[in-house]
Design a protein around this ligand. Structure first.
Ligand SMILES: [Mg+2]
Length: 234
């Protein structure tokens, strides 16, 4: 039996890549250094590099500079999924706390948060640093989000915050599903990529493609009647 509780929820958390935005940030970065990243993938596939090291090694190879992060930020916001602005407008109206938890790089994920009206303090992603000329100088190696199982830690932290209430998480990947023990409901979002393994292991599953279809899994019937029926402002 897959654990699942019905709304209302106090906090709604979203993954970023392939959930809020149709792109994978790391793929965008890697496209500029495709050869180096392919080489790393080969090392990982042949077992020469442990999987948890891949995050850092991949960044070492890509060496994303400040300008590259700005390009990813722009791509993230250009590729926001249809209806997602309305979803965030409704959740705000319903007084839900909303957070973004991502294994992506913080400066780019912050751009998505700004676009959707999410406070920067409610964005959990992996920090990156640059030198004075904007060149890559390292990433937040101790971030739980740079290793497998890390989303569970972060969701536990969010769920334990005062006033968090029951937490729902929307995501597309196995790393999102790993947070199941910390949350009341996981909504498998297949609007960008439908991963069978994730959807089969989820009590709630939705393929969109319009993000507004998420709302009926995230709000109670009375909340839906009050807030989701309101006139869209866009
Ligand atoms: Mg994702």
């Amino acid at each position: 039996m897959i654990p699942d509780k019905a709304p209302p929820f106090g906090t709604i958390v979203f993954d970023c890549d392939s959930t809020l935005s149709a792109i994978e940030g790391i793929d965008e970065l890697a496209s500029e250094k495709a050869e180096a990243v392919a080489e790393l993938t080969n090392l990982a596939m042949s077992g020469l590099v442990p999987l948890d090291e891949v995050y850092g090694k991949r960044l070492e190879m890509i060496q994303p500079d400040r300008a590259a992060l700005e390009r990813v930020a722009a791509r993230y916001t250009e590729e926001l999924i249809p209806g997602i602005r309305e979803v965030f407008r409704v959740l705000r109206a319903a007084k839900k706390r909303v957070a973004i938890v991502s294994g992506g790089l913080l400066p780019a994920v912050i751009a998505v948060a700004e676009e959707l009206g999410v406070d920067a303090k409610d964005v959990y992603a992996v920090g990156i640093s640059f030198d004075e000329s904007g060149r890559y100088s390292g990433f937040e190696a101790d971030s739980p989000l740079a290793r497998s199982g890390g989303k569970l830690d972060v969701l536990q932290e969010i769920a334990a915050q005062p006033g968090a209430g029951p937490v729902a998480l929307v995501g597309d990947g196995i790393t999102d599903l790993e947070a199941l023990p910390a949350i009341a409901r996981f909504l498998a979002w297949g609007g960008v990529v439908h991963r069978d393994e994730v959807h089969e292991r989820s009590a709630c599953s939705c393929d969109g493609p319009d993000a507004r279809e998420m709302l009926r899994y995230l709000l109670s019937e009375s909340e839906l009647a009050h807030y989701a029926a309101a006139e869209p402002k866009t």
